[in-house]
Design a protein around this ligand. Structure first.
Ligand SMILES: Cc1ncc(C[n+]2csc(CCOP(=O)(O)OP(=O)(O)O)c2C)c(N)n1
Length: 371
């Protein structure tokens, strides 16, 4: 990947979104960003995108069948997630919201590890240290503070510079209205922390459109905090990969934070508890359908890969296997005991929590005595 040295010099990079692949699947040049991807790499990205979508549609169906308590669909946001997730190195850390299922997959979090939380079996059971993918955060914007603190820790541990590590903090457009996000931006800028804020502007914060969150394009917010902001076509996996890689490289080398605004669209409901037809114009949805991130890569592969038919068949087979594994795995999950929830709150024993657990156990035992 080539990067023009001066690209980050201005406080913002714009005004147009960086694009390397048109909705029709044609590669386009950008003066500052490029990715060098072989046909093999493209096949890999296509596979990631399809698997992420399949996991998502399967989980949505499982929620509808009553097997999951809730699911936040990521339909339409696959390129933003796979492009940014694939820009991370093994030494980097991602701090997700609750919708980064595609990033989870490419970080090696097992699909069932992810779904356990949405079935209410645990609080998020994967290992953030092993995967570099931290736990889902439901409190809007809170993870941007965790990410900034973690990035400051990396800096203090001397992990910035050659072979450095960086942090990628995910947030939504609605989250930019939270005080926590402004605090994270202030600290990241003042401390020159190695953190990239990756905002998936998916058009909506539940039923609130982005226009109600901001008077200016979100990437321009970064200027006021003293670091660069850049807008990228969030449905273009190549552009997202190129821009996120460059931003992370800058952070790792000590250049400080960047805000990436990936313009995408949440095709489905906010969560399975939401009905977007109550607040969203169907024409808007149809217009975004024409910008589908997977169709774009498929169109490109159609031009560049003579073996496309076999690739599609193989990925389809793999996606089918994933779906089956998820279906059976979710149904086979044992119900947790009522006291199990106390086990994974703290890494080490905690006196106050142990007392609560004992009180709860006594309460449960009181029922047995009566009957
Ligand atoms: C601090 C806080 N306030 C309110 C909520 C309720 N809430 C859940 S999701 C959401 C909208 C988030 O929108 P956005 O940041 O754009 O992310 P998206 O879900 O669209 O990816 C809100 C307000 C919450 N979870 N946390």
């Amino acid at each position: 990947m080539e990067q023009v040295a001066s690209v980050w010099d201005g406080a913002e990079v714009g005004p147009e979104a960086v694009q390397l692949l048109t909705p029709q699947g044609r590669r386009v040049e950008h003066p500052s960003f490029a990715v060098d991807v072989s046909v093999q790499d493209l096949r890999g990205l296509y596979r990631d995108l399809v698997l992420a979508r399949r996991l998502d549609t399967e989980a949505t169906a499982l929620q509808r069948q009553g097997e999951l308590g809730l699911w936040p669909p990521a339909l339409g946001q696959e390129a933003a997630q796979i492009g940014s997730g694939r820009a991370l190195t093994a030494a980097d850390h991602a701090f997700p919201t609750y919708r980064e299922h595609g990033v989870a997959l490419v970080r090696g979090v097992g699909p069932l590890e992810l779904l356990r939380m949405f079935r209410g079996v645990d609080h998020g059971g994967w290992d953030p240290v092993a995967t570099g993918f931290h736990l889902y955060t439901i409190v809007i914007g809170a993870q941007t503070l965790h990410a900034t603190g973690y990035a400051m820790g990396l800096q203090r541990d001397g992990r910035v510079g050659d072979d450095g590590s960086a942090v990628l903090a995910y947030l939504g457009d609605g989250a930019t209205s939270e005080g926590a996000v402004s605090e994270a931006f202030v600290w990241a800028a003042a401390m020159n922390a190695p953190v990239v804020f990756f905002c998936q502007n998916n058009g909506w914060a539940i039923s609130e459109p982005t226009a109600k969150q901001t008077r200016i394009p979100l990437y321009q917010r970064a200027r006021g905090f003293g670091f660069p902001g850049i807008r990228v076509d969030g449905n273009d996996v190549l552009a997202v990969l190129a821009v996120t890689r460059a931003a992370l490289a800058r952070a790792r080398e000590g250049g400080g934070p960047v805000l990436v605004e990936a313009v995408t669209y949440r095709m489905g409901a906010h969560t399975t508890s939401d009905d977007p037809t109550r607040y969203r114009d169907p024409d808007e949805v149809a217009a975004w359908k024409a910008r589908d991130p997977i169709a774009r890569v498929a169109a490109l592969l159609g031009r560049e890969d003579p073996g496309l038919a076999e690739v599609v068949a193989e990925v389809e087979r793999e996606a089918g296997e994933l779906a089956e594994r998820v279906r059976h795995g979710v149904r086979a999950m044992p119900d947790p005991g009522p006291l199990d929830m106390y086990d994974s709150v703290y890494a080490e024993p905690n006196v106050a929590l142990a007392r609560e657990r004992d009180e709860h156990a006594a309460y449960l035992a009181s029922f047995e005595e009566v009957s």
